[in-house]
Design a protein around this ligand. Structure first.
Ligand code: MRU
Length: 343
């Protein structure tokens, strides 16, 4: 990694379909390097998803959809039969377990396979277009809700992980809400959790906020509940990877502590998602598959050993926040109050 910061205006093609391949920003090397990936095979896409070069629930949905188009192209090139194509498509859907958007958009796009490659590509691009379109609606609805309910503007917002253009295209979800508040001159500043272990907050959210000219402060994950208790936030706003039918929310590890702290401090805990992040087939949060990642993401910091050699680690990538701690869920089409007592 170099010492410079990638330049503003660089978010045009977080992920897109170009001449039969997927081009995507490699999010592992930001903010110091803006490197584009040129993905031509299912292996290449699965690798990019597994190592979080392509990440964030809505972008995973887009990657899954474009991945089906990629698999169809590869099947034509390499003469795969239907069973092999089905197995490769399933490999894309299974690349990460928690974000429901990935398997949902893979399944939706794969339904076009019998109509041929052009139909699959059109379906995949439609998923991408829709993902961009809904992000603006989520952002504006969320900002309106907070301006009406969270106290006097300008608001101090605490957020976690990365939920902006890099994760969602368009404006993003939670970061889109923050952007819309900023546009309304209703934002004081943002507190950004670093988001251990892979630092999506420090590396990606701070980079996006910097590009947008939005005032922000970086904080350690462990400092967040204390800072919230000291009145340093008027609301917590986060995204999600999956919301169960009962309103339980799976999101980046560290989210649950924010929800507990928000409840204790009496401030709103708001989840901004596209409707496609709801999983009505999963009744409760304890049934959501939570990804555990390799130990070296914790025993090492950005590749540098930190813990003694041989230390065993438990690397949960996501946690579940019970619905009763969620003040509101904001989507492109509605506001939901899972706890039932905030409106
Ligand atoms: O492991 P990641 O970086 O893919 O996790 C991303 C998150 O947890 C985001 O908060 C979530 O996907 C919502 S993005 C709108």
């Amino acid at each position: 990694m170099g010492g410079t910061t990638a330049q503003p205006g660089a978010l045009g093609d977080v992920i897109a379909w170009r001449d039969g391949r997927i081009v995507a920003i490699d999010q592992t090397v930001l903010p110091h390097e803006l490197r584009m990936l040129d993905i031509t095979t299912v292996d290449g896409l699965v690798d990019a998803i597994v190592r979080l070069a392509v990440r964030g629930a809505p972008v995973l949905g887009v990657a899954g959809a474009l991945g089906v188009a990629l698999a169809v192209r590869q099947a034509e090139r390499e003469g795969w039969d239907t069973a092999r194509l089905g197995a490769e498509v399933k490999r894309i859907a299974d690349a990460r377990p928690t974000a429901v958007n990935l398997r949902r958009e893979v399944a939706a796009t794969a339904a076009a396979i019998p109509r041929g490659a052009a139909a699959v590509e059109a379906a995949a691009n439609a998923v991408r277009d829709a993902t961009i379109a809904v992000s603006r609606q989520i952002s504006e609805r969320g900002a309106r809700y907070l301006m009406e309910s969270a106290g006097d503007v300008p608001l101090k917002i605490h957020t976690h992980c990365n939920t902006g253009t890099l994760a969602c295209l368009g404006w993003g979800t939670a970061l889109g809400v923050i952007r819309a508040l900023h546009g309304q001159r209703a934002l004081a500043h943002v507190i950004v959790d670093e988001t251990r272990p892979l630092l999506q907050g420090a590396r990606l959210t701070c980079w996006e906020l910097g590009q947008l000219g939005i005032e922000h402060y970086l904080a350690c994950d462990g400092a967040a509940p204390f800072m919230i208790s000291q009145g340093m936030a008027d609301a917590v706003v986060v995204g999600a990877d999956r919301v169960a039918a009962n309103g339980d929310v799976a999101n980046k590890i560290g989210t649950y502590s924010l929800a507990l702290a928000a409840r204790q401090a009496g401030i709103p805990f708001v989840v901004a998602i596209p409707e496609s992040t709801f999983d009505d087939a999963t009744e409760r949060g304890d049934l959501i598959p939570l990804e555990q990642r390799p130990a070296d993401e914790i025993t090492h910091v950005l590749g540098v050993p930190a813990a003694p050699a041989g230390t065993r680690a438990l690397n949960y990538a996501f946690d579940v926040t019970p619905a009763e701690l969620v003040t509101a869920i904001v989507t492109e089409s509605r506001l939901i109050f899972p706890a039932g007592n905030h409106g």
